[in-house]
Design a binder for this molecule. Sequence first.
Ligand SMILES: Cc1cc2nc3c(=O)[nH]c(=O)nc-3n(C[C@H](O)[C@H](O)[C@H](O)COP(=O)(O)O)c2cc1C
Length: 191
Amino acid sequence: MGGEPLKSDQSFEEVVVQRRSIRRYQDREVPEELIVELLELAKQAPSSMNGQPWTFVVIRDAETKKRISELKNRFCPPEKRSFRAEFLSQAPVILVVGVEKSRSYGRELENGVLATGWLLLAAREKGLGSVYMSAYQPHDPGLAVEIGKLLHLPDDVQAVTILPLGYPDETPSKKELRPLTGMLHHEFYGE
Ligand SMILES: Cc1cc2nc3c(=O)[nH]c(=O)nc-3n(C[C@H](O)[C@H](O)[C@H](O)COP(=O)(O)O)c2cc1C
């Protein structure tokens, strides 16, 4: 089993620093209660006009997971073909994060992405691994349309992200971080 030792008393800083993308999962079921705990945290995220527009679809069915991984590969742009999505079908759970357009005030992407960020951190805190995967890109909505069909999403619901969830079975290599000095400016850019 990989991953940092997991403690239930991690500080916020530890959760943020230790969260990494996990693409290999143990062959171990993720209890529904844990998923519900994650979702209770995710729905605390800010949302445009406090619309709280989220829809979460929890997928455990092997065939549906396989279809999602195939769709993700099919709609992958050529320059990103090295990022294969087969691992999605190995995840015990796939969570599709969507938003109701009628509650999104034109901010579908932002609303969905923020809840996703909350979910990624909450997953780490609860000992689960995940990785951000886009379902929706405004300039190329094909994947979101196909996911919507597959999951029977109503027209008003927009899939935004795809999050595999499982107990980690890998330890990612160290991530080099760009120094803050190259990102930080005071008052004006370049200062
Ligand atoms: C907008 C976005 C799209 C991403 N798409 C993919 C993807 O299609 N496949 C994948 O394996 N990881 C994807 N990732 C995960 C990134 O590769 C990962 O966050 C990055 O390499 C940094 O590593 P870390 O998450 O371990 O810190 C995506 C992340 C973001 C924010």
